[in-house]
Design a protein around this ligand. Sequence first.
Ligand code: NAD
Length: 369
Amino acid sequence: MLTFEKIYSMGHEEVVFFSDPSCNLKAVVAIHNTILGPALGGTRMWPYKTTEEAVEDVLRLSRGMTYKAAISGLNLGGGKAVIIGDPTKDKSEALFRAFGRYVNSLNGRYITAEDVNTNVEDMEYIFTETNNVTGVAEIHGGSGNPSPWTARGVFRGMEASANKVFGDKSLRGKVVALQGAGSVGVHLGRLLNDAGAKIYFTDINETNIQRFKTAVPTAEFVSTEDIYDVKADIYAPCALGATVNDKTIDRLKVKIVCGAANNQLAENRHGDMLKEKGILYAPDYLVNAGGLMNVSIEFEGWSEEKAVRMVDKIYDSTLKIFKFADENNLPVYRATDLMAEKRIESIRQIKGKYLGDVTHKFPGRKSKH
Ligand code: NAD
């Protein structure tokens, strides 16, 4: 159940339920933290079995967005929305426009985008009702598909990790075990192949497997279970979260974990275990921030040049976190959280002072002079 104790403990500012029976809209928006700027995060559509399940998800995801934006140097806060429904049956123009009208009522405190099971077409319906949406069509000044940008950022994170572990950022001759040949996976596969890496990959979707084989003919397919046992330099989780867990961690023979999936560590202690095993963990929410960076550029007018410049900075940011982790003898996941929290706190401090208003109006006062 959603309680104030729960909201306090997770640090959210606002949780809003939106409903409209006329189009069967059941949505929850969670705004976690807006110290750095408006809360930006996608809208996920999922057939949650209970409202509680949807609320749990939106609380967790919105908090993750606060950390992702903060560590990426973006002037954005963390927020997320979930729509309860079956994306194959329940989507309609009215549903997304009703949702867009409600998003508009938040006065820019929350800005939405695509997420699991929502796409550019859905964003276009939302855009009919509010400006507070990103990921709209390129013809409307949007930034298009975020996945190639996410893949580019993950690739930069891998280069930084290789630099730290092998003393050279080049991925030529490195072996990568890639889990998930989806939208990000296939773009990452191409980049790795161009860089001269050897790829072993897995997936459960036959269409995506075939697409990956066409994109990277030299890649070798392994079963979903065998991916953890591949003698590789890098394990790249690009499918699901929580794949670094009690069952897999002792099987990993890699030196680096770096991929696109959110929440790769089942629990924080698995990050401690990776450190003990001498496996370098590239922080998931930093290296997979390329998609968020890309949509954030829509505020100032998107261009490919700006996107390249911003996403490529993930290389330096990742090295910076490794350095901070080493200097403070911290596991990387903890160092990343601390750096994100430090940035939010430092900006909170500078915003705490009253620096004057342009005009003060006191209607009804009489002049003393
Ligand atoms: P996607 O749905 O296009 O691809 C995921 C792939 O994983 C699919 O091909 C699916 O069949 C496969 N898969 C599912 N279960 C599997 C299993 N047990 N073993 C092997 N493969 C399995 O998603 P995506 O957009 O490529 O995103 C991949 C991951 O990166 C997700 O965790 C997503 O949350 C995260 N992410 C994506 C973006 C983005 O821009 N798309 C941004 C940040 C984070």
